[in-house]
Write a protein that binds this ligand. Structure first.
Ligand code: HEC
Ligand code: HEC
Ligand code: HEC
Length: 432
């Protein structure tokens, strides 16, 4: 009897953190959960079909495969023994509990911007709102001597910024407060720059904030996709998107200009669709404040009907036009205008007009699928053409798209296509 009572008491104590969360704690955990969405921690710390946050997802780096770690509160294999200070050191400073520097595959150079209060909420969530999972961490596949951690420490000294301090930047006007909130989310938890900012010789992001220069969010290639320019450039950036267009894209994964694909489909699915309208508006307002990379050459593109007319009457018999009619026009239409929020327009699209054609080639080879979101549950897809079109044919159709309906993208060659095909491991395609 006494034994049972002790057992019952022991159980009650063990499970205390999860159940005894009073109002204040519960609110903090909830806030931490929201912030974990904003930071998209799940994307890297969960394998497909695996337990949330148990780690083990392989992230390809130029050095080799790096595996994310178990960040559930399991005491032996996760971060159950981390104090708030240990957690903060990992998340914002890039240093694990035992003192080794983390690979910057963990975007701590962005998370450095997160406020101490928000780190506290995240900690509360990871300790009390996440189920512990027993799962050992995997070592990297990086071979010695590249696997030594000390060069990472040097890297951190050189490239990591100072972490945010506790004093919030004071804002007078309300719209300035909105802008600052957007900046905070974009630079910090959102780690948008981890994909959207080009990298330098040390694989560091060339700019961590707008104050570092227009390289910030000017576009970077990640996992074989171009994470596009998010600055004010009209042809290849967000210059022709309104604030509401950006909000719609982040909330539903699509808008009248484009639909999310590649890495962005996952960002929308696990992160941005869960953010509040206020936060999405703040992000959009901040992005709209970013000056174009090239202010002089920032003319808006204008729709031109000629390609549509030529296709309609069969006047254009070039290989590119024929490939387009055979493979693409059913969905994207001969006008290049597609069907809004179903088959995105190719006319005046920033994907199509980006000087780097990586995404355009990639999506033609492997296809894509929009994220299914609460706001737009249907995940329309595009088939891949890697097995059907050879390098020259892909180059022809992509070049046709880049030169039609007012688009001004430069021609793409068969060797550009061959390079992307190899990098992304697409089907070698037909020999003709
Ligand atoms: C872009 C991928 C990515 C995202 C997003 C990401 N992480 Fe990580 N994280 C990693 C990788 C990879 C490691 C392991 C790095 C290493 O072993 O050097 C790691 C390590 C960690 C560690 C250190 C754990 C340990 O064993 O010491 C913590 C804590 C952590 N992440 C928390 C978070 C939190 C909290 C978030 C969201 C706010 C987050 N991570 C988002 C990739 C990511
Ligand atoms: C894991 C990498 C990754 C992260 C992190 C990421 N993006 Fe993206 N993003 C991409 C890729 C790749 C594309 C290109 C595919 C597309 O247009 O959907 C893209 C496209 C976009 C577009 C569409 C641009 C256009 O002209 O069509 C917007 C807007 C955008 N991202 C905003 C953001 C914001 C805001 C954040 C941070 C909250 C963010 N992204 C974080 C990879 C990423
Ligand atoms: C069955 C319909 C279908 C066909 C055929 C098709 N697409 Fe698509 N396409 C889509 C859908 C749906 C998306 C959105 C996919 C996503 O967001 O992941 C898309 C997206 C795109 C995009 C990205 C546009 C943006 O900015 O969001 C480009 C570029 C593109 N397609 C080009 C082509 C080309 C070139 C062909 C022919 C070789 C083609 N598509 C054939 C349905 C189709």
């Amino acid at each position: 009897m006494i034994k049972q009572t002790i057992m019952a008491l022991a159980c009650a104590v063990v499970s205390l953190p999860a159940f005894a969360a009073d109002g204040a704690d519960a609110a903090l955990i909830k806030k931490g959960e929201y912030l974990s969405r904003a930071g998209d921690c799940v994307a890297c710390h969960t394998v497909k079909g695996g337990k949330p946050y148990a780690g083990g997802l392989g992230l390809d780096s130029p050095l080799g495969m790096i595996y994310s770690t178990n960040i559930t509160p399991d005491k032996d294999t996760g971060i159950g023994n981390y104090t708030l200070e240990d957690f903060d050191r990992a998340v914002r400073h890039g240093v694990a509990k035992d003192g080794h520097t983390l690979y910057p595959a963990m975007p701590y150079t962005s998370y450095a911007k997160v406020s101490p209060d928000d780190v506290k909420a995240l900690y509360a969530y990871f300790m009390q709102g996440v189920a512990p999972v027993r799962q050992e961490n995997r070592d990297t596949d990086i071979v010695w001597p590249l696997s030594m951690r000390w060069p990472l420490t040097v890297w951190r000294w050189v490239y990591a910024p100072d972490v945010a301090d506790a004093v919030p930047a004071s804002a007078s006007a309300a719209d300035q407060a909105v802008m600052l909130r957007g900046k905070y989310l974009v630079e910090g938890l959102g780690h948008c720059g981890a994909c959207h900012t080009p990298r330098g010789v040390g694989l560091q992001e060339k700019a961590l904030t707008d104050a570092d220069g227009t390289a910030f969010l000017s576009g970077g290639v990640i996992e074989g996709w171009l994470a596009k320019n998010l600055r004010g450039d009209s042809a290849d950036g967000l210059g022709s998107w309104s604030q509401a267009d950006i909000v719609a894209f982040l909330k539903s994964g699509r808008n009248s200009h484009s639909a999310a694909f590649g890495g962005m489909a996952q960002v929308v699915a696990d992160s941005t669709q869960h953010l509040s309208d206020e936060d999405l508006n703040a992000i959009a307002a901040y992005l709209k404040s970013l000056k174009p990379v090239d202010e002089k050459a920032n003319a808006k593109l204008a729709y031109d009907d000629k390609a549509a007319q030529d296709l309609r009457v069969g006047r254009d018999t070039s290989n590119g036009a024929l490939q387009f009619l055979n493979n693409c026009a059913a969905c994207h239409r001969s006008t290049g205008k597609g069907y809004a929020e179903t088959f995105p327009q190719l006319a005046l699209s920033s994907t199509v007009n980006s000087s780097d054609p990586t995404s355009l080639i990639h999506i033609v080879l492997k296809g894509g699928q929009m994220p299914a979101t609460q706001a737009a549950p249907t995940a329309y897809g595009m088939p891949g053409f890697d097995w059907r079109l050879n390098d020259a044919e892909v180059a022809d159709v992509v070049t046709f798209v880049r030169g039609s309906w007012g688009n001004k993208g430069a021609a793409v060659t068969a060797s550009d296509v061959a390079k992307v095909r190899k990098e992304i491991g697409a089907d070698p395609g037909p020999k003709r």
